[in-house]
Design a protein around this ligand. Structure first.
Ligand SMILES: Cc1cc2nc3c(=O)[nH]c(=O)nc-3n(C[C@H](O)[C@H](O)[C@H](O)COP(=O)(O)OP(=O)(O)OC[C@H]3O[C@@H](n4cnc5c(N)ncnc54)[C@H](O)[C@@H]3O)c2cc1C
Length: 400
């Protein structure tokens, strides 16, 4: 029985070719067992290209262009990973099938399913935002025109608004404000432009704790960026005004938003979100869902650490979880007994927080630390900036 099953060709389906999905596909493909036994790896995405989220900030400050940053997902085919450019429209964990394509309704069967569909944006939930010229910092396509707008602003107010939590890469809005500060300095307009950053939370980075939050606020203060905690947008009005739920009204000339996030529609429509939760539930160590051979990695899952702290939505965690799940699948194929695998997610991650002038701080976190989440921040340096550049370069060369 064990022999028959382990020699049978398995169909591994990965939904979403983002940070987590691409890492998982590569780790599986590079494994000798998977390669030699002809197990099939299929990855599906509605986009036909990959670009790391952090590149948005490099397009913003002009060190990259949007066109130069997109990598065709069809390159995965050269590595023996089957890529389907299509939309996932339904997931049925009982019949073990995934439906793709609105028109074709093609059904794919799987032996293992890795759900890595990320999170969707929901700016429509912020009254008046899009109608009144708000720009989504997290939508790469909007960044080139944001850059133009910032460079042509000679005086006025820039409002950067975190609209709700959780959102991807918690330090990113603060990085953006510091990079904008740098751009305006170089442009000669900094003295006549106010930069304000608003967040609904009482501290800058709840997930990193009060100490790091204060260090971030100090960095903002040092650069004359005004930090406004406990400001949740109620409504964006025409004529450049924002009303907040705390009763304050402020002016803006350029409004930059970090959108509300939600689980992808196909996950919600397929009944994969439990009542009272916003994302997929998984085992915090194995990323297994309650459904047989179904794993959920990256932004699409929610892993509570303690209190109101959840594993942040970040590529580094999507990648770490991809490693765990790939090894679990490999071990299960080899032994036909998932419980024999020791592959476990350790809750550790890091990120480089850019501060302008080609410098970056280094934030490290251990969310499963026994005494509670442990985080640290190293002061900005040129060395960490170089490591951030290398972070992207190394992964792209491994993956494509
Ligand atoms: C400005 C910015 C800066 C960031 N900086 C960092 C950083 O410095 N470090 C870091 O670790 N993280 C960073 N992140 C966060 C990081 O990009 C995400 O957390 C990471 O991409 C999550 O990986 P994922 O695989 O879960 O989802 P994603 O990478 O979002 O991939 C999900 C994929 O699923 C696809 N998809 C969704 N629904 C469907 C469907 N129905 N059918 C087919 N395909 C579908 C999407 O097209 C997408 O390609 C940053 C993000 C932003 C926006």
């Amino acid at each position: 029985m064990l022999c028959n099953l382990s020699s049978k060709t398995k169909r591994i389906l990965i939904l979403g070719a983002g940070f987590g999905g691409i890492s998982a596909a590569n780790l599986l493909r590079n494994n000798p067992t998977i390669a030699s036994k002809g197990h099939q790896i299929t990855i599906i995405d509605q986009k036909d290209y990959f670009m790391m989220g952090l590149v948005n900030l490099w397009i913003l400050n002009g060190i990259r262009t949007l066109e130069d940053s997109k990598i065709s997902l069809s390159k995965l085919e050269d590595k023996g990973i089957r890529f389907l450019h299509d939309e996932v429209t339904a997931i049925n964990v009982i019949s073990k099938t995934v439906t793709i394509g609105r028109a074709s309704n093609l059904k794919l069967e799987y032996d293992y399913l890795v759900i890595a569909l990320g999170a969707e944006f929901a700016l429509e939930e912020v009254n008046g935002f899009s109608e009144n010229g708000g720009i989504n910092l997290y939508d790469a396509d909007q960044i080139p025109s944001l850059r133009e707008k910032l460079l042509s602003l000679k005086n006025g107010r820039i409002a950067i608004c975190i609209t709700s939590i959780p959102y991807k890469c918690p330090p990113a809005p603060y990085e953006a404000s510091l990079l904008i500060n740098d751009m305006l300095l170089k442009n000669g307009s900094r003295d006549s432009v106010y930069v304000d950053i608003y967040t609904p939370t009482p501290i800058a980075l709840p997930v990193a704790g009060t100490k790091i939050s204060q260090s971030v606020v100090n960095m903002l203060n040092d650069n004359d960026i005004h930090f406004h905690p406990s400001h949740k947008i109620k409504e964006v009005l025409d004529k450049g005004k924002i009303d907040f739920e705390n009763g304050k009204r402020v002016d803006y000339d350029i409004l930059i938003g970090i959108p509300p996030h939600k689980a992808p529609v196909v996950i919600r429509n397929s009944g994969l979100i439990k009542q009272g939760q916003n994302y997929m539930s998984v085992d915090k160590y194995t990323l297994k869902t309650e459904y047989e051979n179904v794993f959920a990695i990256g932004d699409v899952n929610e892993i509570k650490v303690n209190g109101n702290i959840f594993i942040p939505k970040a590529g580094i965690f999507a990648e770490a979880q991809a490693k765990v799940v790939s090894q679990l699948i490999i071990d299960d194929i080899e032994t036909n007994n998932l419980s024999l695998s020791s592959s476990r997610f350790d809750g550790k991650g890091f990120c480089f927080m850019e501060t302008g002038n080609q410098q970056a701080g280094y934030v490290a976190a251990d969310f499963y630390n026994e005494e509670g989440p442990a985080t640290s921040l190293e002061s900005p340096s040129k060395e960490s900036y170089k490591k951030k550049i290398d972070f992207e370069r190394r992964r792209l060369s491994e993956w494509f």
